[in-house]
Design a protein around this ligand. Sequence first.
Ligand code: PLP
Length: 441
Amino acid sequence: MMQSIPGNVFPRKLDGPLPQAVDAEGVWIIDNQGRRYLDASGGAVVVNLGHARKELAEAVSSQILHGYYAHPTMFTTPVVEEFASALTAHAPLGIERFYFMTSGSEAVETSIKLARQIQLARKEPGRFRLIARWKSYHGLSLGALSAMGRTSFRTPYAPMLPQVEHVPPPYCLRCSFGLKYPECDLRCARFLEETILNLGPETVSAFLGETISGATLASCPPPPDYWRVIREICDKYGVLLIHDEVMVGMGRTGRWFASDHYGVAPDLVTMGKGISGGCAPLSAVGVQKEHFDLLRKTTGFVHGGTFSHHPVSCAAGLAALRILERENLIERAEKIGVVLGEKLKQRFSDHPRVAEVRGIGMLWGVELVQDKETCLPYPREEKVTERIWKKLFKKGIILYKSMGMAGKDGDGLVISPPFIIEEEDLDFVVQSLGRAVDKVV
Ligand code: PLP
């Protein structure tokens, strides 16, 4: 095993040096002391297929031996073409053209540029504005950060960010309008129409939203008819709809894409995280064929990077997609996700410090509060999420942290294991989480 001296990599997030992950198998990560960690979050909601999959290693090494780089403006490669056509079979209706990159933030930025370019191609040069949602997560590069609605991440860079309008998210636990679904008649969705009208529809390019909020709202599926109403509003005013599926695409919610739950196809969709099973940096933007055809006939789309359409990353993506198909892992994610949700609800629904257990498929969240009745969040300084997370990490269980649900306060933990996890491991995770929550709050 390779030996190295830690210290030259930043940032360091824990108080002391991080353990070194030297091996992995199935749902487990193993460190250099031989300690085993149950990866119950798939890292950052990435490792959908489990660790150390042989098929991924074979696909990547075979592609390396057949050419790992040919400039994407000079060549296409068979693996990139095959991956795009395989994705077409599962993508939301009409999404048939794909642009491949390396990170979710890059995919979000590309989707924003692409929407603007489509508006230019439609001869609508006045449409430049983007509308996104508060409490959303879209990435940390400047363009993605401008769309992101988590204020604490934006504030230090606020003067440098391109202007983006934000509307309230479909976060029923803390409804921005103090209403209850369904009596609310989806006030949060209808607020988009007001915003478009206030800004002037002729200035609005696109609306961007996570199809199901993950990182900031600890898995928060919107009400069933939310996206249908948003789609209607976008269509009425010529605004393009971008679904950010970086976290929830590729089976995470028990469907290929989260938009499948809502019967709505976006104009553009972003993907990332689990798209390669986590074994290579890979992200994508998918676009409706009619928009692509228009661009091809008119303005084109000047965009790209050194590692766009990278054959090795796409080989990983294609192999990951074939594993999902062959092993019926998305059906499994749906079924075992129901089991996970039931276990979490059983353990936490009556807990005095748990405001809500919510989720879908293999993406579940537990939101913690000081007072269940008033939903009073813990102040950020108490670091509740961090303390629970650390306790679990020391016990060898990895979860994903979610914070900032009520402004800069608010605590949640995300449980998002690989789809291959067994029920007994889920029991271990839920019981350990229960004990850690009881000790800390
Ligand atoms: N979009 C969503 C919905 C995400 O959850 C994330 C990351 O958590 C991103 C974009 C950014 O992805 P990346 O960290 O790969 O840049």
